[in-house]
Design a protein around this ligand. Structure first.
Ligand code: MF3
Ligand code: CO
Ligand code: CO
Length: 247
């Protein structure tokens, strides 16, 4: 079921998204080598709570953290742990917050200290994939045009597009319809409508795109051990474009 949000609902989603945006800015200012991913999670937790919101990920199907914190070959759903961040790591911090019954969701991949040029490029291209994906996006655009554009940008840079996880609608629930893949055929899929709120979240790998989930049931890594990056924003579809709510 795809919900078209009312102006009142959009106001609430916007407020939740502002909390997510500010939380990620706060993490960006404070994250550094030596910090454990649990300490990063605490930054996220405390900032969200101080903002009058709740971390939607905490307890979601039993997830034990307030953010998914995924280092290097971990693609998504990294569980906050005692692992310290080290010089050269790339770490994605994926934050979802609920305020007044509505959610916002975004992710950034941070570079810790001296990161190799290859990894820096991965992080940069992943971010570009998002902006490429939303080019020309407005009411009436076929849904899979997004994935088509993301995939074309990633693969033309020699990078892999994760298929096993996708973007999604968002609102009262963290995950609503429709699914928003990062791959696809131009001109196909449903036509987007004004008032839809969706999360576009390229997950891009340095090597092969295939992933596997570890025995903890969450941590998802690349099968070939190559590094991965993740960049996500919540966007509102309008008649003549999009509004990025988590920037
Ligand atoms: N923020 C993730 C997404 O982009 C989902 C979080 S999974 C959870 O869809 F288990 F941590 F909640
Ligand atoms: Co997310
Ligand atoms: Co998401």
């Amino acid at each position: 079921m795809i919900y078209i949000k009312s102006p009142e609902e959009i106001r609430k989603i916007r407020a939740a998204c502002a909390v997510v945006r500010d939380t990620l800015l706060h993490v960006g200012k404070n994250i550094r080598a030596g910090m454990t991913t649990q300490e990063v999670d605490a930054l996220v937790h405390d900032y969200i709570v101080a903002s009058g919101a709740t971390p939607s990920s905490l307890g979601y199907y039993g997830f034990p953290g307030s953010a998914c914190i995924s280092v290097n070959e971990v693609v998504v759903h990294g569980i906050p742990s005692e692992r310290p961040l080290r010089d050269g790591d790339i770490v994605s911090v994926d934050v979802t917050a609920e305020k007044d019954g509505y959610n916002g969701d975004a992710c950034r991949t941070f570079c810790i200290g001296n990161v190799s040029p290859e990894r820096r490029k991965l992080v940069k291209v992943t971010e570009e994939c998002f902006f490429e994906g939303i080019k020309g996006l407005q009411a009436g655009t076929p849904l899979y045009d997004i994935g088509y554009r993301v995939q074309r940008h990633a693969e033309s840079n020699g990078l892999g597009v994760v298929r096993a996880f996708v973007g999604h609608g968002i609102g009262r629930d963290m995950h609503e319809d429709p699914s928003v893949p990062n791959y696809g055929k131009k001109g196909t899929g449903m036509r987007l409508k004004a008032g839809m709120t969706i999360c576009i979240e390229p997950m891009i790998t340095q090597g092969d795109y295939r992933v596997k989930t570890l025995s903890d049931g969450w941590t998802t890594v690349t099968q070939d051990g190559s590094a991965a990056a993740h960049y996500e924003n919540t966007v509102l579809i309008t008649e003549d474009g999009v509004e990025i709510l988590t920037l």
